[in-house]
Design a protein around this ligand. Sequence first.
Ligand code: XMP
Length: 326
Amino acid sequence: MADNKRPENMQRITTEQLAQAFISEQLELLRKQIGESKVLLALSGGVDSSVVAALLIKAVGKQLTCVHVNHGLLRKGEPEQVIEVFRNQMNANLVYVDAVDRFLDKLAGVADPETKRKIIGAEFIRVFEEEARKLEGIGFLAQGTIYPDILESGPVKAHHNVGGLPDDLQFELVEPLKFLFKDEVRVVGKALGLPDSMVYRQPFPGPGLGVRCVGAITRDRLEAVRESDAILREEFAKNGLEGKVWQYFTIVPDFKSTGVKDGLRSYDWPVVIRAVNTRDAMTATVEDVPFALLQHITQRITSEVAGVNRVLYDLTPKPTGTIEWE
Ligand code: XMP
């Protein structure tokens, strides 16, 4: 019976070790697939593309070129974090494209949500294509496709796909995460040394803050979305709600109301706070945020964010409201 006794010195197998085994296997497969060629990756800074980048940096180093397109609709601090983590800490080849004016000029005056999405998607492909053409010897295109993308949509989901590139830029795909679920991607990201703020971040739509600046986007209202979102995230993190609430953000509608600021009447925008929980984003419930915290966040937003005089809390579950406002 001695054979059936677990050896006393045997260590427990940890998730970390399993992640390291997955990483070792993928590094070998990636090196075999890519050989001496070069790989291109659109790096948004989201969990999936960040984990793909970290894997490829380990596997093929400078044979990888990451392109980070700043379309002006990212959250506060995101482009800076991508540059800090990937260029400064991981020493990656990172092309940072400041396309803010280009996107905002194209979006000026466009109020229809689906047209806004189409413009953002099409412009993204165009910027990425221009960058791809500047590079030589690219043989592969890496993508952060994960298993739910394959299960849900047959073909790869739009936000993980730089599909739509012209025929002469059709590279062989590299998709090392395509059989992983999101929680597994996070474990791998953590094992690769990515910061928690990148690995455990909440879902963020491809069109970014663009769908939270309701109607036609203006630069000042977009700043109000970005600044109020940063305050909300900071307060949720401070109060233990980060990682507990599935998705939380602010929206700035395109209407104003009367208020009083510094003894004078103001005519400014409201900020809407949305905080929801869900399993699959098909239905969602509203988080019961402590009232005192909502009051504190209201105080901060109305005093720190330019052009805002009211804060509202969206109490609507999905259905009837979608999670985003557009
Ligand atoms: P809704 O608003 O439809 O959102 O309840 C469900 C989830 O999907 C995200 N979302 C998007 N993600 N591109 C994306 O990549 C989009 O155009 C888009 N629209 C919504 C939303 O943030 C939520 O997590």
